[in-house]
Design a protein. Sequence first.
Length: 439
Amino acid sequence: MGDVALPPTSQGVSNNLTAATSKVQPRVVAATVAGNALEFFDFTTYAFFAVYIGQTFFPADEPLVTVMLSVAVFGVGFITRPLGGLLIGSFADRVGRKPAMLLTIALITIGTIGMALTPSYASIGLAAPIIVIACRLVQGLALGGEVGPSTTYLIEIAPPGRRGLYGSWQLASQGIASLAAGVVGIVLTLALSKEQMLAWGWRIPFLLGLALIPIAFFLRRHMPESLEHPTHSGPIKSPLADIRHHLRPIMLALMVILGVTISTYAAIYMTTYAVTTLKLSATIAMSATIVFGVATWAGALLGGWLSDLYGRKPVMLWARVALFVLVYPAYMLLIDHTSVATLALATALLALLTGIGGAPTLVAIPELFPGHVRALGLSIAYAFGVALFGGTAQLVITWLIKVTNNPAAPALYVLITSLIAIVGILLMRETGGDKELQK
């Protein structure tokens, strides 16, 4: 029906909601999850080519220092995620989900442009790393506020009894993006020489991501609004003015997000783990990313579908319990019988079970909140959870392996955080049976 600005009347709201909930088109779902997909595409690409990125923007005498600086700059994006969650989540609950998603995709563009087009240190000197750092900070701000509004939008436009499946596309998009990044990374590594990769090859995936952004922006521009009573004028309330009355669900959400985040990043870390700890070749190690993408994609959709049938909590709980039981034996099998097959098996186990339990988690959290703080509630839990735990996951895992001298130490981290998540799940309210979202 196009992008028609409706007046804030009851008739306008009714028409808007009807447009949002009847015959939801696949392009609307694709546009909604585009920002999160671009995040994971960039994340996986950056991890693949950290060595080349480091040499381009952070040249140093020691190669290890170059890589460490490259990884550190990627990590600065996590710093601004909580702020993005607060500001953009609040904006989405006040002005609308659609304006918030248009804002985040515009900000994400800045980060992608910075990675794809910023000249090297050799060309413009210190300005190069400064520009990249600034772009990463802006992108972190956007990504902190992306998941809350977009996931909230998905469950608000979903037909009755299908909120779990619709919301699961948020996590499934991470799997699709990781799969795409893995394929592109392997193809470039095999097709180009190291000199070509350093000169320009590593920029190709970022340029591909940049080319997709106008499409995502166009699709989002023509989405209907799902917020029932958007407010475009009046005094702006503090982001914490209303959310402070919902501290219990936020704390429980953080506990559950902790488990999902650590097992996700442990699976992502498999590529590095395979090279540094298992001493496999880089090409074989990259295959773990493809396995991660496929397993996350499949697990998320399965988990969302099951949660519509049996409820959010049972699916979240049993997936997390299964991971708690199986993760350590999976790592021991991988260590004792290192091969492509066992690497794929361990990665698939982590990603599949995380996807099955993670998809209903991202749906259940916004279902805990009323509409006027729904996007903000999920934004806070997700942005703070990923910033605190996802941003430090690789560092903690590497440190645990070193101090324990145990190559299975990543499994211990997953075990501990899974136990915390299980407690959070047990204390959460079941929301899958609610026919309508809270007003």
